[in-house]
Write a protein that binds this ligand. Structure first.
Ligand SMILES: [Ca+2]
Length: 301
């Protein structure tokens, strides 16, 4: 498998030119069984990846122990696959049937602990980076469970664009983050799925890393970032919770991550490979049906 790292993707500027591509709309099912097995020590944190056997099905990775950046567990990026990243401080990330959406599953996130402690993300690094100027839309569905104790009413799982480019001949990169709080939203609805969507010149995105105005400017849309950063490329997508949050715990989910370019759109639907337990009664019925089919065939023969 081709493994690449986010920093190495800096400078990748393979452009998807609209004139040479046929527009398409694809829905990609992301199964829990495709997540990485993330186990063992990461700094002072210990990761455990578990496949759930019911009544909730799915695969989750939880990190216990010390919190903070150096203690977070990340799987290696695999091009064009969602993997667990930055899980730490009693944070959990995975794909489960806790919150059914577009099927029986969704990406699951939870955390507990004090301010700045827990975190958990799922990320996809594109095999081919996309010119920011070709992006025509993006969005996701998210869910905040009312059991979440996090003290800010506006917090919810976020969608981030992983980007790279050049400013004053220096390579820059980081995340462009969509949060309802900076887009006219008030308190996050509870126990309900919320669908968010924006495009190239709508939707305020704040930034991390060494992008201009990182962590301090909250009113720039993607077109503004594109004019500030040369060769701005989207190298991947990230969804998750925590980090700068103010503690108090969170539980919720994400599904239907959508990314559109002038060449077409992709929607990632998170689902669970195994989501039912075969019942003995059901097995007996299947056996009876097979037996009947066998008898029928014998009569015909
Ligand atoms: Ca789903």
């Amino acid at each position: 498998m081709k493994t690449i790292s986010f920093p190495r993707a800096l400078g990748l500027a393979a452009l998807l030119a609209a004139s040479t591509m046929t527009a398409h709309a694809a829905t990609v099912t992301v199964l829990d069984s495709s997540l990485s097995a993330l186990n063992g020590a990461f700094g002072g944190g210990t990761a455990a990846t578990t496949t759930l056997a019911g009544p909730v099905f799915g695969t989750t990775t939880t990190v216990t122990g010390a919190s903070g950046g150096a203690n977070r567990a990340s799987a290696a990026y695999v091009a064009d696959q969602w993997v667990q990243r930055n899980v730490g401080g009693n944070g959990t990330a995975g794909v489960t049937t806790d919150y059914a959406r577009s099927g029986t599953g969704s990406a699951y996130f939870s955390g507990s602990g004090g301010a700045g402690a827990y975190k958990g993300d799922l990320e996809i690094l594109f095999g081919t980076a996309v010119a920011a100027s070709s992006v025509t839309g993006m969005g996701f569905d998210w869910y905040r469970d009312s059991s979440s104790g996090v003290t800010s009413a506006d917090l919810h799982p976020v969608l981030r664009l992983m980007v790279s480019g050049v400013v004053n001949n220096v390579a820059v990169g980081g995340y462009l983050v969509y949060e309802r709080a900076y887009n006219g939203g008030g308190a996050a609805p509870l126990d309900a799925w919320v669908t968010e969507g924006w495009d190239y010149n709508t939707g305020n995105l704040w930034s991390t890393g060494n992008l201009p105005g990182a962590f301090s400017v909250f009113n720039r849309q993607l077109d503004d970032w594109d004019s500030l950063v040369s060769n701005l490329s989207v190298v991947g997508l990230s969804i998750g919770i925590g980090s700068g949050w103010n503690g108090g715990g969170f539980e919720g989910a994400v599904d239907n991550v959508r990314f559109e370019t002038s060449a077409g759109s992709t929607t990632w639907n998170f689902e669970v490979a195994r989501n039912t337990v075969p019942e003995p009664g059901g097995l007996a019925l299947v056996a009876a049906a097979l037996l009947a089919a066998g008898l029928a065939r014998r009569r015909i023969g």
